[in-house]
Design a protein around this ligand. Structure first.
Ligand code: IDP
Ligand code: MG
Length: 149
């Protein structure tokens, strides 16, 4: 089953949007299999965003993501990566569709509220970066047959 790592970034936490953001994934039908409230270390941030190391915004991106607590979540489902990315919206909030998290709550790319894995492979790697195997919870959801045919 596909897994995606979703982070509520420091702006989402500081603005009191944790419940709102979690609720959107929950209502969508994704299944929560891991969650922790934490503050990222610089080392974890530089690893997580390592692909952007050479980009001009890398320094400010790392400072932003470690500046306050985040919520790290692992969500599971068929096409979990694509479903979560659509719920999150385009990277630039001004381009994000209304109804998406970034389209409803964001104004700037450097304060875009949420992270979501962008491929199946990165979903696996990012979930493993934030969660030990024993921190992931396999559970039978009572509503499963009403969400998955
Ligand atoms: P994504 O979060 O939609 O997958 P990526 O291109 O992977 O977008 O970029 C990772 C994060 O880096 C973005 O969510 C955003 O916080 C930040 N970022 C990307 N491009 C810029 C930029 O041009 N200026 C400032 N921050 C940026
Ligand atoms: Mg990305």
């Amino acid at each position: 089953m596909e897994k995606t790592l979703v982070l509520i970034k420091p702006d989402g936490v500081q603005r009191g949007l944790m419940g709102e953001i979690i609720g959107r994934f929950e209502r969508r039908g994704l299944k929560l299999v891991g969650m922790k409230f934490m503050q990222m270390s610089r080392e974890l941030a530089e690893t997580h965003y390592g692909i952007h190391r050479e980009r001009p915004f890398f320094g400010s991106l790392v400072e932003y993501i470690i500046s306050a607590p985040i919520v790290a979540m692992a969500w599971e489902g068929n096409n979990a990566i694509a479903a979560a990315r659509a719920t999150i919206g385009a990277t630039k909030p001004v381009d994000a569709a209304p109804g998406s998290i970034r389209g409803d709550f964001g104004m700037e790319i450097g304060r875009n509220l949420v992270h979501g894995s962008d491929s199946v492979e990165n979903g696996v790697n990012e979930v493993n970066l934030f969660f030990r195997p024993e921190e992931l919870v396999g559970w039978a959801r009572a509503t499963e047959a009403w969400i998955v045919e």
